[in-house]
Design a protein around this ligand. Structure first.
Ligand code: ATP
Ligand code: MG
Length: 449
């Protein structure tokens, strides 16, 4: 492996051209499915005021406590250091944008989606990066469980379209502030005698947000958490009915799920429904998608009270799962035509023809290095050009050249005048229609020779 003077930061990745088709495939799938469900794209800043994440993600979460990339603001605002943070997730910024742009005063529900990079200072490993990418959706302005079912259905449609199998959907309800208060008390009662053995963070969680005690990754703490009371036994009537209706809608849509009362999700803002899609094919970082309802968040961020929900899907993990299951990625198109040339006049002609072809969207290339003919043809081979043409003095004189199908070796004449683009395009369409079979392609019929 070659070594640059400076390497990329730990936990970041380059996507090189030979891999980009995977990203284009998943981005194409998530966008087209989101649009099929009526979600519209939103783009938000890469960084926000730190306070936005502290208020929304929550100051007892790992994300806010340990994982954020923050800088202090250079100038104070009213004596308060605003400070900025690279977004660790997409919901906070999207909801801020919905409020700030008055979109919650328009037709509800507002349904938005995004594809963006997130930044978390974590220990890098397979499926866990410091800069990673999320596809996410948010739906604001409905408390109906049909909305929950629809958002889950969108995530499921994406995973299906990506060709994935064996992805498990786990759902849970973590109740509303009313029923959660009783549950939090039950959790404190349960954990109190064990606190001596538990980690420092869990002591803090015990005080501030006992639900987080269920999410601790330390072995001792998670072992203790195994027998903790479950939220489902504490749900109020409203939350229970909501959860039951959600299950009925999922069943009506043939979406299989398991109820897992241990899911609380990593972020503080959730209420009622939470869910995760888990792949068992990519090791321990198997959560491909996680989301839920956050009915209090918009009000908490200064908007008018508006129930809402959404999910985030990790695109690196989606790609990893697709790779491990040999799912199909859409291959990038290669060069349509390479125009080789010998001599200055032919080189100019090649450039002119390329320009004309490219205006029509044809992937045309010619020599820009100054190579000899053999080296040019070798290059054409390497870039997988579908067709090639060689231009020299005699071709320019005669006003025609030989067009070669690089795969089958078939050849035909092609005029070098105004008809060049038209003839080549017809050829390309015939080539594309014939797929991998070149045998039946009658080039002479197309060129009128
Ligand atoms: P985990 O439990 O794996 O840490 P999380 O609860 O922190 O996940 P969310 O904040 O819900 O994750 O983010 C949504 C999705 O983003 C996750 O399901 C996962 O697919 C992806 N994701 C989260 N953190 C990372 C990371 N550091 N690297 C790559 N993908 C990530
Ligand atoms: Mg995490």
């Amino acid at each position: 492996m070659a070594k640059a003077i400076v390497q990329r930061p730990t936990g970041t990745k380059d996507v090189i051209p030979s891999q980009i088709h995977k990203w284009n495939t998943v981005e194409g799938i998530v966008k087209s499915q989101a649009e099929a469900y009526g979600f519209k794209e939103i783009r938000i800043p890469t960084f926000e005021e730190t306070g936005l994440f502290v208020r929304s993600v929550g100051d007892t979460t790992d994300v806010v406590q340990k994982e954020m990339y923050s800088v202090s603001a250079t100038s104070d605002r009213n004596g308060v250091d605003a400070g900025y943070t690279l977004r660790p997730e997409g919901t906070a910024g999207s909801i801020r944008a919905l409020i700030e742009n008055g979109l919650l005063n328009e037709a509800l529900p507002q349904k938005i989606f995004y594809v963006l990079s997130c930044f978390r200072h974590e220990k890098p490993q397979a499926g866990r990066l410091r800069e990673f990418h999320q596809f996410g959706v948010e739906m604001a302005g409905t408390q109906d469980p049909r909305a929950d079912a629809e958002v889950i259905s969108l995530a499921k449609s994406i995973l299906d379209t990506a060709g994935l199998r064996n992805i498990q959907l786990n759902i849970n309800s973590i109740g509303c502030p009313e029923c959660r208060a009783k549950y939090q008390q039950a959790l404190r009662d349960y954990f109190k005698p064990h606190l001596g053995k538990m980690c420092d963070t869990c002591h803090n969680r015990y005080e501030k947000n006992p639900l987080r005690l269920l999410d601790c990754k330390s072995e001792i703490c998670s072992e203790i958490a195994k027998d903790a009371p479950v939220i489902l036994d504490y749900l109020c009537d409203d939350c229970r009915t909501h959860f039951e209706k959600l299950q009925n809608y999922l069943m009506a849509m043939d979406i299989e799920f398991s109820i897992n009362p241990k899911i609380v999700r990593g972020l503080d803002y959730y209420t009622k429904t939470v869910f995760e899609f888990i792949s068992n094919d990519i090791g321990s970082q198997g959560t491909v998608c996680g989301g839920g309802r956050y009915d209090g968040l918009i009000e908490q961020l200064g908007g008018k009270p508006t129930p809402a929900l959404g999910f985030g899907m990790g695109l690196e993990r989606l790609i990893l799962t697709m790779e491990s299951q040999n799912a199909e990625f859409i291959e990038e198109e290669s060069c349509d035509i390479y125009i080789a040339s010998m001599g200055d006049d032919a080189a100019s002609k090649a450039m002119q023809l390329c320009r004309v072809l490219r205006e029509d969207g044809v992937r045309a290339e010619c020599d820009v290095v100054g190579r000899g003919l053999r080296a040019q043809m070798k290059y054409a081979d390497k870039i997988n050009a579908k067709f090639s043409v060689v231009l020299g003095d005699s071709e320019l004189e005669e006003g025609k050249a030989v067009l070669k199908n690089m795969q089958s070796g078939e050849q035909c004449d092609i005029p070098l005048d105004d008809r060049f683009g038209e003839v080549f395009n017809a050829m390309l369409i015939a080539y594309q229609l014939s797929g991998e079979e070149f045998e039946g392609l009658d080039l002479s019929a197309l060129t009128g020779n």
